[in-house]
Design a protein around this ligand. Structure first.
Ligand code: SAM
Ligand code: DTB
Ligand code: SF4
Length: 324
């Protein structure tokens, strides 16, 4: 569905209970109820990024006190991925603080090998490595990647106020390469970066215009990082978050809507409302990439209180038959 901005505004501005009643109806039509996908994140290359994204702990432009770490090897990643699976995650997402990657670079080859190996564990595998071209996307597809995360982060008009080292169009170009390779797109954004509510709907308008639609839409609330230009930005009103989740659910009914960064500053009640309004995935584990996340015990207790179950693992795919 490709709604106009006016249509998005109309839905978003409805009385809150009418809006979430509708988003709940859509959710129940498309998804098994009482199920939440648990997804584990791992930062496989941390800090020292050349880009100046104003929200990011990992940008080399800001002194955030983050400890840098070079690219993890396959052998270092595998035990973490295995633990994630044992803890009930059905998706494993690896992030690297890079502007982008090029084929032929040894680091890219390491990532391909890691994707191949993690894929054998039977979880969905996602990576977020910055900008890609067609060749890199094709190789990731061949390695068995399920999804590529590349967020548009905010509205086209607000983007240049947050990042100057690449453009909104650069983000769209990478997404197009991922789509051409036949990899699912995980694309969303951050709220609470000084944008207004219409900016958020303009962001949603772009997400709805992607063809095919994104398979996954992370909605992050800014986690303010000391040392970045956005460190003192006030938190968003929780009902604005719920409205955005509900509107996203209505217009992107088949997408996993991920209640992403910033959960550690939301009450249990606020998170319950977000899940009721249509979010059906959370990042699970004590850490996001570098920032805090609610602990595993806290999340287990929340799901239990709400009577929600983790999405069960998908049955293992049969190995392709060996060539005769
Ligand atoms: N370098 C890659 C890129 O820019 O796509 C991958 C890593 S980047 C950390 C992945 C996403 O995390 C960003 O696009 C942004 O949406 C989210 N993110 C990063 N820092 C955040 C913060 N402080 N608060 C909320 N979301 C954040
Ligand atoms: C996304 O949209 N949120 C996740 C995932 N995609 C890679 C990352 C959130 C990062 C929060 C800040 C940090 O941990 O540094
Ligand atoms: Fe952070 Fe990614 Fe921007 Fe680098 S490109 S500063 S890792 S958000």
């Amino acid at each position: 569905m490709k709604p106009t901005l006016e249509k998005l505004e109309q839905t978003y501005r409805r009385p809150l209970f009418d809006l979430i009643q509708e988003s709940r109806r859509v959710f129940l039509e498309f998804w098994p109820k009482n199920e939440v996908q648990l997804c584990t994140l791992l930062s496989v290359k941390t800090g020292g990024c050349s880009e100046d994204c104003g929200y990011c702990a990992q940008s080399a432009h800001y002194d955030t006190g983050l400890k840098k770490q070079s690219l993890m090897t396959v052998d270092e990643v595998m035990p973490v991925a295995l633990r994630a699976k044992e803890n009930g995650s059905t998706r494993f997402c690896m992030g690297a603080a890079w502007k982008g990657v090029r084929e032929g670079d040894g680091k890219f080859e390491t990532m391909l090998e890691t994707v191949r190996e993690v894929g054998k564990l039977g979880m969905e595998v996602c990576v977020t490595l910055g900008q890609l071209g067609d060749n890199e996307a094709r190789k990731l597809k061949e390695a068995g990647l399920t999804a590529y995360n590349h967020n548009i982060d905010t509205s086209p008009g607000h983007y240049a106020k947050i990042v100057s080292t690449h453009s909104f169009q650069d983000r769209l170009n990478t997404i197009a390469s991922v789509q051409r390779a036949g990899i699912s797109v995980c694309c969303g954004g951050i709220i609470g970066m000084g944008e207004n509510e219409t900016d958020r709907l303009r962001m949603l308008e772009v997400l709805c215009s992607l063809d095919p639609e994104p398979e996954s839409v992370p909605i992050n609330c800014l986690t303010p990082i000391a040392g970045t230009p956005l460190e003192n930005t006030p938190p968003v009103d929780v009902f604005e978050l719920v409205r955005l989740i509900a509107t996203s659910r209505i217009f992107l009914p088949r997408a996993k809507i991920r209640l992403s960064a910033g959960r550690d500053r939301l009450s249990r009640e606020a998170q319950a409302l977000c899940l009721f309004a249509g979010a059906n995935s959370i990042f699970y584990g004590d850490k996001l990439l570098t920032a805090a996340n609610p602990g595993v015990d806290e999340d287990r207790s929340l799901l239990e209180s709400l009577g929600l179950a983790p999405q069960p693992p998908q049955p293992a795919q049969p190995e392709p038959a060996a060539a005769a």
